[in-house]
Design a binder for this molecule. Structure first.
Ligand code: ADP
Ligand code: MG
Length: 590
């Protein structure tokens, strides 16, 4: 075959393959364009996982009418105006490839107006060919609609996953941008449902609440520091070590606010948490590295998802040290009453002993010397205990079984005070009940005797896309644990029976809550445990509920019979032990 120039259309499709792999790549490019345009609000809507429709609307700078069609030309960009700029790129886009690439594989419409101009403009293309252009009334900013993605390339469509899965990727991506751009109000609608909405008030903590929920956001440490050596800055948030997760999807890294994937940074973060997290558990974090533009090459990956650093080592240590400093400074510590000293067992030991974190106070601690452990003033030292560090020496002997406990009372409607000859115990009522229920759920399921509670009238429940995909993944476990569910078309389900442990009055809400928890925990491997833990968590008594003495007694008795009375299924402690020895010592009786 003689050498020939590829026809324009074919060349476009080939180039598009680099940039546009799946719906989420389209959303990424469009959101990046909106950010580059200085938008303060960006809304993303998808239908059919983004295959049917993607619409990204912003209130940014817009495009002058005479440039709209030009913007769809390959290598047309307003962001690189002199060659040297390629070495130090301040914008997210720079190649001028996204719009033509997306246009080549979809039916695309762009409507845009500059805020200072009265008239807007529209341009529409089908599979890369212009079908319409002209003046059009529209609000200031830009709205891009992409329909029927890969409609002209059926082979590529076959590589896409289900709309639910593709939509999930879009949700993940938009969440990452929400974390990096708290000053932008980001809104995501999947089908008819708004799945994410950030306030855009500039506070990253609030963006974290929108993305990860209030509970996680309440356990964040601020990271902010400049590495003295490289002068690279690290800023953002890291979860405190109690917030560990079972996979790495809760780590987001940004370089000059560009979301990137990097094994090196993942390692650096894990290194910073070394010794603070249980085995096979990972931190939650959203961290931005600020470095001179010329120290990073963003032009090394077609999707711009990876970057190259001029000096890997410096980047690694800036991130690792920055996070470590925050962990040390911000108290990965749990206040308690008793001084315990010395470093404890490795997490491996603690886990082997039957839980993620063992309370530092179990095991009848005997104070030893403090190896370099300067935790502050004497009184302060008596008040704090680093999470994940247990007592030293003989104190390490795990004391797994709980002694028989006598209930003394309830404090703050949250904790049960109890005593045994070995001293005093403060029991977290929710965590303890979670442990009891979790053991029961898992035991009954393994014996195939889960008790199911049929409902007199089936409950009708509408699920979100995320909940639907969790339900599909968990279908077997849900049934094993006693849920009887019937597909009711669309996103609706009928709940016909629920696990007997689920005491909620509203079974539909119970199901939704459990699905959300499972998704939130996001555990990939230990699916069974996640569902059981979520079910236990949902059904357990909450903090803030008053308990009668017989109830408290029953709970403690049940806790005593569990295999891991010291931790809840999430790995948090269920109780803190104040040994008789220490009480006497603190009061100067010894
Ligand atoms: P790049 O972002 O690499 O410049 P694109 O193909 O993504 O290339 O976009 C081409 C040009 O179209 C951009 O340089 C910008 O001038 C303009 N543009 C695209 N999207 C928007 C938007 N949402 N708001 C304003 N201008 C936009
Ligand atoms: Mg772009």
């Amino acid at each position: 075959m003689p050498i020939r120039q590829l026809p324009h259309e074919l060349a476009g499709q080939i180039a598009a393959g680099e940039v546009v792999e799946r719906p989420v790549s389209v959303v990424k490019e469009l959101v990046e364009n909106s950010i580059d345009a200085g938008a303060s609000r960006i809304s993303v809507e998808i239908r059919g996982g983004g295959i049917e429709l993607i619409r990204v609307t912003d209130d940014g700078a817009g495009i002058p009418p005479e440039e709209v069609v030009l913007a769809f030309q390959r290598h047309a960009t307003s962001k690189l105006d002199y060659p040297g700029l390629l070495d130090a790129i301040p914008t997210l886009g720079f190649r001028g490839e996204a719009l033509p690439s997306i246009a080549a594989v979809s039916r695309m419409t762009m409507t845009t107006r500059q805020p200072q101009s009265d008239a807007g403009y529209v341009a529409a293309m089908d599979w890369g060919g212009l079908t319409r252009e002209g003046a059009e009334g529209c609000p200031p900013g830009t709205s891009v609609q992409v329909a029927d993605l890969f409609g002209n390339l059926p082979a590529r469509r076959k590589f896409l996953r289900s709309p639910t899965a593709e939509g999930g990727r879009v949700g993940d991506l938009v969440s990452r941008y929400a974390l990096a751009y708290p000053e932008i109000s980001l809104n995501l609608k999947i089908g008819e449902r708004t799945t994410l909405s950030t306030p855009g008030d500039g506070r990253q903590a609030n963006a974290m609440v929108a993305v990860y929920g209030a509970e996680a956001a309440a356990n964040l440490l601020e990271v902010s520091g400049e590495d003295p050596e490289s002068r690279y800055r690290v800023e953002g948030f890291a979860g405190n070590p109690s917030l560990h997760r079972a996979n790495r999807t809760y780590m987001s890294f940004f370089v000059n606010r560009r979301w990137i994937q990097s094994r090196m940074l993942t390692f650096a973060l894990e290194e910073a948490f070394h010794g603070l997290l249980p085995e096979k558990r990972y931190p939650l974090a959203a961290l931005n590295l600020v470095l001179p533009y010329e120290d990073v090459d963003v032009n090394s990956h077609p999707g711009k998802r990876e970057v190259r650093f001029r000096q890997d080592g410096k980047v690694y240590s800036a991130l690792q040290r920055g996070v470590r400093a925050a962990l040390v400074a911000h108290s990965p510590i749990r206040p308690a009453l008793i001084a315990t000293t010395g470093r404890g067992p490795s997490m491996g030991d603690a886990q082997g002993a039957g839980g993620f974190f063992r309370s530092p106070f179990d095991g009848g601690t005997i104070p030893g010397p403090t190896p370099g452990g300067d935790w502050g003033s004497a009184s302060e030292r008596g008040l704090v205990q680093p999470v994940g560090y247990g007592p030293a020496g003989a104190a390490l002997t795990p004391q797994q079984a709980l002694p028989a406990l006598r209930v003394v009372g309830q404090v703050r409607l949250t904790y049960i005070v109890a005593e045994s000859p070995e001293g005093m115990y403060l029991v977290d009522q929710h965590a303890a009940h979670e442990r009891v229920l979790f053991d029961r759920i898992v035991r009954e399921a393994s014996l195939r005797e889960s008790v199911s509670q049929p409902l007199l009238a089936p409950a009708h429940v509408e699920l979100t896309v995320g909940q639907l995909s969790t339900l599909e993944e968990q279908r077997q476990f849900l049934a094993d644990y006693g849920f009887e569910l019937e597909d009711f078309g669309g996103t609706a389900y009928l709940v016909r029976a629920v696990p007997a442990v689920l005491t909620t009055k509203d079974p539909g809400k119970g199901l939704v809550d459990v699905l959300d928890m499972v998704a939130f925990e996001g555990l990939l491997k230990e699916r069974e445990d996640v569902l059981a833990a979520s079910l236990a968590c949902h059904s357990a008594i909450r903090a803030g509920q008053s308990m009668t003495e017989p109830e408290m007694r029953a709970l403690l008795e049940q806790l005593e019979t569990t295999d891991n009375p010291h931790t809840c299924p999430h790995g948090r402690p269920t109780l803190i032990h104040f040994s008789a020895y220490h009480m006497e010592r603190e009061f100067g009786r010894r």
